[in-house]
Design a protein around this ligand. Structure first.
Ligand code: KG4
Ligand code: ZN
Length: 339
């Protein structure tokens, strides 16, 4: 199935053309063309994503990104067909910034009509989850998924490709949001996750004993707002300098990773998981991925993370979710897939 996927839920305008084969049992994906136009420089002066600016940029970028994808398809056409042989259009329908989402949905509707192919709506979080299948590998169920992004922090149990339940989620800030807010306090640019990770390399992770909120709460929920506030108090109480900044980043990152990994491992243990899957923008954090992989493999559990380029928002993962997940006609209103 040849899927043209569109993602505009936040600050990336992304379109991809992906060939999906071999069904749910043994799925394989060939990315023929993909383009991501990032708006990060536009939002950076504001320290976060401004929804009205995101909408304006998506409206401007969508036709340009689409043209670029079509150009790439001419050079690298889909198997057995001309550049525009598309079976369906898929679009992210939520969760995300509503003004941003609608730009993609409207663009996708028009395109699907013009091409005369079905249009399906995809849940953005499913996109992140299914990005784990973009590289061919065998993921054995039950699996526990840690989805960590700028908007969500969720633990999911998967019993099959389309069978899952939510085990827990953050009660306040998402993990990526905490990274972004801590970066902002330290005067580091948006998005803060990669900046904090870079600073943390030169710091001592044991320099400051930041709290590990809800680490032993007995459930699978998270809370990051107390950790963020602890960083703020620490900053107010102490003179800031470069070495301290690195120590704060390293200590904050370690506290966040400790909570994420401890709870994921407990979820895996209690659910008899055969695999642990990491995904979402924060999955790009090398320290997090390395720690979770180490802990999983130490107890004989298979660890999977998507190829690095598919951790942050992109349209390839939306194509994968349209093929593997609960995609349905967009006319059926915005879906709430209970994750
Ligand atoms: O999945 P994503 O692109 O967008 C949402 O769906 O939210 O995730 C973006 C989030 C941002 O909060 C960003 O700071 C965080 O992912 N992030 C990271 C890293 N790279 C991106 N957080 C920690 N370490 C990183 N290396
Ligand atoms: Zn995302």
């Amino acid at each position: 199935m040849k899927i043209l996927a569109i993602e505009t839920s936040c600050d990336e305008t992304a379109i991809a053309f992906v060939e999906c084969d071999d069904g749910l049992e043994n799925p394989s994906f060939t990315v023929r063309a993909q383009v991501v136009a990032t708006q990060i420089p536009i939002h950076r002066p504001f320290g976060g994503v401004v929804p009205s600016l995101a909408k304006r940029e998506h409206l401007m970028n969508l036709p340009l990104v689409y043209d670029e994808v079509i150009q790439k398809l001419k050079i690298n056409p889909p198997s057995g067909g001309c550049a525009l042989k598309i079976d369906r259009v898929a679009v992210t329908v939520g969760p995300g910034l509503e003004p941003a989402l609608w730009t993609g949905i409207n663009f996708a509707k028009e395109l699907a009509e013009k091409l005369g192919v079905p249009l399906v709506g995809v849940n953005h979080l499913e996109g992140h989850v299914y990005s784990n299948w973009l590289q061919s590998k065998t993921i054995i169920f039950p699996a526990v998924v840690l989805l960590v992004s700028g908007g969500h922090t969720v633990l999911i149990r998967m019993d099959g490709m389309q069978k899952w339940e939510k085990l827990g989620e953050t009660q306040d800030d998402a993990a990526g949001e905490a990274f972004d807010k801590v970066a902002k306090m330290l005067g580091l640019p948006y998005p803060g996750g990669p900046e904090v990770e870079r600073e943390a390399v030169n710091g001592n992770p044991d320099a400051i004993a930041f709290p590990r909120p809800m680490m032993h709460s007995g459930d699978f929920n998270f809370s990051f707002s107390g950790l963020k506030t602890a960083v703020l108090y620490n900053l107010k109480a102490n003179e800031a300098n470069e070495a301290r900044r690195a120590d704060i980043c390293a200590s904050f990152q370690k506290a966040a990773i400790d909570v994420l990994v401890t709870k994921t491992m407990r979820a895996a243990e209690e659910n008899g998981a055969q695999s642990i899957l990491l995904c979402g923008g924060v999955a790009s954090n090398k320290a997090l991925a390395a720690e979770l992989k180490k802990r999983a493999e130490a107890v004989g559990i298979y660890f999977s993370a998507p190829p690095m380029e598919y951790n942050t928002d992109n349209a390839v993962m939306i194509a994968a979710a349209a093929y593997l997940g609960h995609a349905h006609p967009v006319e059926k209103a915005l879906p709430n897939l209970n994750i």
